[in-house]
Design a protein around this ligand. Structure first.
Ligand code: ADP
Ligand code: MG
Length: 329
């Protein structure tokens, strides 16, 4: 498997601030790779290091196996879709898209033809003569995408590209981006602070915290097997359970996580619990149980007969669903 981008013990410090702090990461060719983490965790800085807008304080970036030191951004085979789109307001849509080709000295006719193709690719055929100011947020997003793709980069960097769109449009663009990435077969490095977005779109995810990576894995790994409390809290709606609780129910003294859909009501066995509250979600009930003073969230399929709030019940889960975690570093 060829690696598209490698971070080799990379740090980027600004004075006392460790924006990126000792990163080791390998992004494979053709992957849809998400950098997921809270605001300020170093995602944008990591993208800028790949793009060449920033230099590592220490460590190395490699792009397709080649050391990136000294290679300027425009020669890196990498393009960026910026968070705020950064379109040129005084240029038409087509000139925005064709800009990268103009910089390369491509002839006017060829520029226009390629830019038209790109507009078709992002489903904006015939929009070339408009001004960016006349477009909706979603359309501007597509122009930014077309502009970044026009140079046929091998790696596309996207910094929270859907953050400014409303929910419905965001979901539509998620599908389209995923589809586009599959069709073009190029590597996408996608920054987001939205765990749902990362889980649904990415082949693999790196979870960032304070300039470091806490875990790298497939969406399923990250969701079902969070390695630490930080990842479990950030990524999921999982119950995050302290060592005393884990010891009481599983005999191991460590933090653990338990997904709400793994919890079920049982007649016998399991654990004594009290139903604290429940709400109807259509296909499921969202329930909160009290187990010896610890609240456990559960999703119970609708159709099951639900006890009343305050009732004493028994709940259980498969042993393998109680996921034991490492302690925080
Ligand atoms: P994210 O994209 O995950 O929100 P950033 O990579 O933008 O995070 O920032 C990580 C940290 O580095 C933050 O604390 C931010 O304030 C700091 N930072 C980023 N760029 C600079 C800069 N040019 N000068 C000083 N501090 C910066
Ligand atoms: Mg950012």
């Amino acid at each position: 498997m060829t690696s598209a981008v490698s971070f080799i013990n990379v740090s980027r410090h600004y004075g006392e601030i460790r924006a990126v702090d000792g990163l080791d990461l390998e992004i494979r060719e053709g992957e849809f790779f998400a950098l997921l983490g809270p605001s300020g965790s170093g995602k944008t800085t990591s993208l800028r290091l790949i793009a060449g807008f920033e230099r590592p304080t220490t460590g190395h970036i490699e792009i397709f196996g080649e050391r990136a030191e000294g290679i300027p951004p425009y020669r890196r085979n990498v393009n960026t879709v910026f968070q705020d789109y950064a379109l040129f307001p005084h240029l038409s849509v087509i000139d925005n898209v064709a800009y990268g080709l103009k910089m390369k000295g491509v002839s006017k006719n060829e520029r226009r033809a390629t830019a038209e193709e790109m507009l078709e690719l992002v489903k904006l055929p015939g929009y070339g003569d408009r001004s960016p100011a006349k477009l909706s947020g979603g359309q501007r997003q597509r122009v930014a995408l077309a502009r970044a793709l026009v140079n046929k980069p091998k790696v596309l960097l996207l910094d929270e590209p859907l953050g400014a769109l409303d929910l419905k449009l965001r979901e539509q663009m998620q599908e389209e981006l995923k589809d586009l990435q599959k069709r073009l077969g190029i590597t996408f490095v996608f920054v987001t602070h939205d765990q749902g977005e990362a889980l649904s779109m990415a082949d693999r995810i790196a979870v960032f915290d304070s300039g470091r990576i806490r875990q790298v894995g497939t969406p399923e790994d990250i969701y079902r097997k969070p390695r630490s409390r930080f990842v479990a809290d950030f990524v999921g709606s999982s119950n995050v359970l302290p060592p005393e609780f884990t010891e009481r129910v599983a005999g191991e003294r460590c933090w653990s996580s338990l997904r709400p859909e793994a919890v079920r009501l049982v007649k016998s066995g399991g654990h004594e619990a009290t139903l604290v509250s429940s709400s109807y979600l259509g296909s499921q009930y969202r329930c909160v149980f009290d187990v010896g003073g610890r609240e456990i969230n559960a999703l119970i399929p609708a159709g099951a007969k639900l006890p009343a709030e305050g009732d004493e019940v028994r709940i259980s889960w498969n042993k393998s669903d109680l996921h034991l975690m490492e302690d925080e570093a």
